[in-house]
Ligand binder design. Structure first.
Ligand SMILES: [Fe+2]
Length: 353
């Protein structure tokens, strides 16, 4: 999650670069990569990108519907820098990045010994937890707290959970980071976003614990079939997700108390962790900088906040919550619940899910 700050900085740099000095170039980072709009368009055409997009990735009707609407929304964003940032997130997740699973998410139980260790660290650290710092995707009057884990613990978490992620994704993985423990506080919301495309590919949100006073606080995630899912996790529930593919967040406000998770990220063996992010820039269609269009429906208004997005004219800043599919933990050990998961396949927990 922290890496979103990096992503934002890079995207902003590019947005300034691409819009204002169209004939200039500027260093992108320490690797001295350079890009201007003319060079970018050469890359766009050399890769044979097309507009309108002939296919999405995956090319399902539901995924296409989500992204067709989002791209229309982006054409109406007034601020050109924000619009470019929105295009990077949208084209990167909807088209450029490959998918590894059928739906993009799944719900299961984490190993109990991992949950127990992290829960103990959480409760030991809560009394002296410090502020996490500025996290641009999190809104609310009470900023999140952070309980740092020793590096040997985060490495242990990455190792303990790796095989489960490999089984879910179907590919061998390299551990990237286990980030936490984050503690959201009363009034927080997490804007919809995708994670860093260099290293946050196959991931999970492991919910450690929440205060007795907090109301159920669903994670919202889009899937490859076009569903918007709201998943309420219980302590020890683990949400697998393709975190740089599927927009996710917690646009509803946390009511009462606190809520803590750890975010665990992997990337496939052989993944281009140096420059995969550049491909999203190359894929942005040439018309991205045209004059802003008007929207027919006020509800479709989209605001880009750094690397995240929100729809301010809909309740909870996200329109598709009106038609969301709702899921409730606790999950079932040894099973991965997805939209195709059938109640008939269950042996227990009939009332919980
Ligand atoms: Fe995220």
């Amino acid at each position: 999650m922290k890496s979103l700050v990096y992503m934002s900085a890079m995207s902003l740099l590019l947005s300034v670069l691409l819009f204002i000095p169209f004939c200039l170039s500027l260093d992108l980072d320490e690797k001295d990569r350079q890009l201007n709009e003319g060079d970018r368009l050469k890359e766009y055409h050399s890769r044979a990108y097309q507009w309108p997009l002939p296919e999405m990735n995956p090319n399902t009707p539901g995924w296409r519907k989500i992204y067709d609407r989002r791209m229309d929304q982006l054409n109406a964003v007034e601020d050109i820098g924000e619009r470019y940032n929105g295009w990077i997130q949208t084209i990167g997740s909807g088209l450029v990045a490959p998918n590894f699973t059928e739906f993009g998410w799944g719900l299961t139980r984490a190993p109990q010994h991992v949950v127990d260790t992290l829960k103990a660290a959480l409760h030991a650290g809560l009394p002296k937890a410090r502020y996490e710092g500025d996290v641009e995707v999190i809104e609310g009057q009470n900023p999140p707290l952070f309980i740092p884990l020793p590096s040997n613990t985060t490495h242990w978490v990455l190792n303990e959970l790796k095989e489960m992620h490999e089984n879910w994704s179907g590919v061998p993985l390299v551990g990237s980071i286990a980030y936490g423990l984050r503690v959201y506080q009363d009034g927080a919301s997490l804007l919809m976003h995708v994670d860093r495309p260099l290293t946050h590919i196959i991931s999970c949100i492991l919910h450690i614990d929440h205060s007795e006073t907090s109301e159920p606080w669903p994670i919202v995630i889009e899937d490859f079939q076009g569903n918007t899912n709201e998943v309420v996790l219980e302590s020890g529930d683990m949400l697998f997700y393709e975190s740089s593919k599927c927009f996710h967040g917690r646009p509803r406000m946390l009511k009462g108390g606190w809520y803590s998770s750890i975010f665990v990220h992997y990337y496939p063996v052989g993944w281009d962790t140096e420059s995969f992010d550049l491909e999203s820039h190359y894929a942005v269609p040439p018309h991205w900088g045209d004059d802003a269009v008007s929207l027919e429906n006020d509800e479709d208004k989209l605001i880009v906040v750094g690397t995240s997005i929100k729809e301010p004219n809909c309740e909870h800043n996200w329109c598709s919550l009106k038609n969301s599919v709702k899921w409730y933990g606790p999950a079932i050990e040894g099973q991965v619940i997805t939209p195709k998961w059938s109640r008939e396949t269950r042996s227990t927990h009939e009332d919980e899910l």
